[in-house]
Design a protein around this ligand. Sequence first.
Ligand code: ZN
Ligand code: ZN
Length: 420
Amino acid sequence: MTRKRSNATGTPWELSGFLFAQHFTRKQLYGSGADFIIKKINEKAQKNYYSKQKQIKNNKDGTFTKAPAAACVASLEQFETQSSRGGSQMKVDYHVHLEEGPYSLRWLTRTAEALLFFQQPDSPRHSLAWMEEMTARIGKRVAQGAFSREWLDLYRVRAKQLGLQEVGVVDHLYRFREFKPYFEQHMHLADDELGRLQREWLDQVCTTSIDEFVSFILSQQPVWAEDGIALRLGIEADYFSGGEEVLAPLVANYPWDHVIGSIHFASGWGFDNPQTQERFLAMSLLDLYEETFAVVGQAVASGLFDIVAHLDNLKVFGHRPPEAKLVPLYRRIAGLLKQHDVATEINTGLYYRYPVKEMCPSESFLRILREHDVPITTSSDSHFPDHLGSYLEQARNTLKQSGYQHIATFEQRKRTLVSL
Ligand SMILES: [Zn+2]
Ligand SMILES: [Zn+2]
């Protein structure tokens, strides 16, 4: 699948100079089961907003602008999707974040894009009044923070649109002040270029409290239940070699539905930071993969986690040894997952947000996981409400093609396999 730039057809949808109107095919954006809602949204949006501004373009090449999905929340709530609710299939997204810094201008713009996705200002586009309304909304969002009913409701609305039955929110452990010393212990924070950069990043993203997060999600579960959607309480915890001492009480002391373990650091270096990606060029890739997969194996064997996430996210910027050389590593991890009865996920995040444009795990890794009968769930790794459920239809099809018939769901750390 390739995203198409919007310079050929349609009206670019700009946000303060940001090109926002990338074109997607319907299936790329919403999955094949969501045509009904798209039709309804388009009708509504046409009536309410775009009919005046003539901005909807159903393009001859089968693509359409992203803009029509932006109708007001109240309107979207009316539309029930043709979900599989009540049927035998389950659609779930078990890896969703409410917020992550750093609080850059890009963060501000991305947050505005997410707000616009769900609700257009009443004022004419890009007028001063439009900007005043947008800045008021963004200001409110920043002041309220991510743990607000209003922000989480956007995820709920999107979950309804997509027909998701279970959504697991798993903010990153490094967001929480209580665990800052854990990251200070394991990250490279020395007084050198990498260390200074990572110190700055940690200070920027570690801004909130785990107790606040947990109590907020618990308080919202009944609201979601009214819509027939299970809101699961989870956590995405970085595993570092020897991190068990800190992580064991974390796992034990909160009422998690699922605990995700993940690896974002190799010897203290956050390898998914685009600012440091040149480091890949200076090392033996096979050594790096072997060392990192050894830590993934330790995470699996630690007994701490229900899911070990995005197993091969080292490929994030496309630096990877030949796949054949990685197969023994894949086999070892698959064997450990089976042996320790730990699930993994098909995670679409690297597909739509990173240069590698490939889901985790890779095709051959997935085949090996299937051969070992490793339980798996589906994850978008979304960090904003409009990304919830992104490309899960493709992920589900990929799972089916590789022979999976079930996906894993979690409640209070009890895993249940349900029909895919
Ligand atoms: Zn992650
Ligand atoms: Zn994540």
